[in-house]
Design a protein around this ligand. Structure first.
Ligand code: FAD
Ligand code: FES
Length: 491
């Protein structure tokens, strides 16, 4: 396989200082333990600290470098076309609550950036959803009308301000974009300054009840009255979240451009293959970020081909230069396009909170639910709990699992730096050849519920086609719901 252009990393993460919080190595107590140092976990932690509550944050890797840090980080209430759909499906009042919660989430980010002096390249930008199909223009008009009824400011344009032809666009003024990894590093600092404690490289391996909640990591334990599992996909829940959601991912590329005004605004297409565009920068100058079509995590044999397709499209349509960065990122969809967040079973599991299913709009939604859960823990009323209720009914057929797409006939088919799944009797083996040519063999069965993994030939990870766990080439966990690494096996 030819090498893909660009460095295999996300431009925001690569240009953000790595935090250095210690791992947990003792048994301690706090009123609330937050598992996961992403936008949800750190937002809730900071709100609680601001209320004078005692909080411990456990992060399995390093703060801010996972889904939030690798997103396109548009801070907007414009979630492609959603409001007409929400009014029709969940009703006007809940649709209005969705608009209000996301507006409040977006405003909170801006106010915290100012209050805590967080350097994160926050910039005001308009958000545009555009179409190249004249037949879709009426949908844009209906969305603008719905958004206005819900109290949002929306206008319809004959064309988007883009260097290629469009047939109409929905414009929300006064939205924003930022570097999400830098923002989370700033939030973590704010949590600490307000008395919260943060531990990194402290993956929750076990969560259970023992005179309130108990979280066990490799070298320590936290006891707490409340727990928020803010791990993007919950690693434990009284109600099964993995079956209510569908993991999906996107390829993303960042290209060198002459200046940050190469395009002015944040853009997303209505039709597929979807394109999401924004500008940004790294240490060497301005960038244009292009996101490609979604795919179901772990269900694609050749992800590298998707990057080639994104690059070809960008070169044909945008003033881009060298491809500098490339990465994949994952989030979870829900059937009704609303996240699941809150206390799923207050009777049997009081004090247990979760947040997942952000439908790739978790910057504003994630901030909103972090604020909401902090209110719930602090015993304060919050108008959004019914909207996000994690125990609401869901269609059983929404979630689609899959099988490994990476079966190879033998080790000779695996090139240095790559992986493949070998069959040995009844067993599936994840085989990865390092750059020196040595073959490493592990179980190909995901440590969550045993599905056979697919090799991601772009990010060079093992991706699970069932509930979206992602493992590094060496089998260590990058993304849950899995909590344990892939065990080595003989071949
Ligand atoms: C391609 C893409 C583009 C996107 N663009 C946008 C956008 O422009 N605007 C927008 O609003 N939304 C966007 N989103 C969605 C948004 O990025 C996410 O919904 C949001 O960042 C999720 O935040 P989180 O806190 O749940 O997850 P994360 O940021 O991943 O945080 C969860 C943390 O939990 C940690 N963790 C996991 N398991 C454990 C464990 N067992 N123990 C301890 N820690 C653990 C992880 O290491 C991680 O740091 C996008 C999503 C994708 C996939
Ligand atoms: S994530 Fe559930 S089986 Fe892999």
């Amino acid at each position: 396989m030819p090498e893909l252009p660009g460095k295999a990393d996300c431009c925001w993460v690569a240009n953000t200082q790595i935090t250095d919080y210690p791992p947990l190595d003792e048994s301690i107590h706090a009123e609330t333990v937050v598992v996961g140092g992403g936008i949800v976990g750190l937002t809730a932690a900071l709100r609680l600290c601001e209320e004078g509550r005692s909080v411990i944050v456990l992060e399995g890797l390093r703060v801010g470098r996972q889904v939030t840090g690798r997103s396109t980080a548009k801070i907007t209430t414009q979630h492609r076309l959603i409001y007409r759909d929400l009014i029709d499906s969940i009703g006007f009042d809940r649709a209005r609550t969705y608009a209000e919660a996301n507006s409040a989430g977006a405003e909170r980010i801006k106010s915290w950036v100012a209050e805590y002096d967080i350097a994160c390249e926050l910039e005001a930008k308009a958000a545009y959803t555009y179409t190249q199909d004249p037949a879709i223009r009426s949908k844009i008009e209906a969305e603008a009308d719905a958004a206005r009824q819900l109290g949002l400011v929306a206008e319809v344009l004959d064309r988007a301000p883009l260097p290629f032809d469009t047939a109409g666009a929905l414009r929300f003024p006064d939205q924003a974009q930022f570097n999400p990894a830098q923002y989370l590093v700033g939030l973590a600092r704010a949590v600490e300054s307000r008395g919260g404690r943060i531990f990194e490289n402290s993956r929750a391996r076990f969560i259970g009840e023992a005179s309130r909640w108990r979280v066990v990591t490799d070298h320590g334990t936290v006891h707490a009255e409340n727990i928020l599992v803010a791990t993007n996909m919950t690693v434990k829940s009284p109600v099964g979240m993995a079956h209510r959601t569908q993991p999906r991912s996107h390829p993303a590329m960042a290209f060198r451009v002459e200046d940050t005004a190469a395009i002015d605004g944040m853009f997303i297409s209505v039709e597929d293959p979807s394109r999401s565009l924004r500008t940004g920068r790294d240490a060497d100058g301005p960038l244009l970020v292009v996101l490609g079509q979604r795919y179901n995590t772990g269900q694609e044999r050749d992800l590298a081909a998707r990057f080639v397709e994104v690059e070809d499209w960008a070169r044909a349509n945008l003033p881009v230069g060298e491809a500098v960065w490339r990465w994949c990122n994952e989030d979870y969809d829900t059937a009704d396009r609303v996240p699941y967040a809150g206390e799923p079973d207050p009777e049997k599991a009081p004090g247990f909170y979760i947040a997942t299913g952000f439908n790739a709009w978790g910057i504003s939604n994630g901030t909103a639910v972090g604020m909401m859960i902090a209110d719930q823990i602090a015993g304060q009323a919050n108008d959004w709990t019914a909207l996000y209720d994690p125990a609401r009914p869901f269609p059983e057929d929404f979630h689609q699992s899959g099988d490994s797409q990476s079966i190879v006939a033998g080790p000779e088919e695996i090139a240095p730096g790559h992986g493949g799944v070998l069959i040995s009797g009844e067993e599936k083996i994840a085989a990865w050849r390092d750059e020196a040519g040595n073959l490493h063999t592990m179980s190909a069965n995901c440590t969550h519920k045993g599905c056979a993994l697919t090799w991601n030939n772009a990010d060079r990870t093992w991706d699970c086609p069932c509930h979206g766990s992602i493992f590094a080439a060496d089998g260590s966990v990058i993304h849950g719901p899995a909590r344990k690494p892939l065990p080595p096996v003989e071949f």
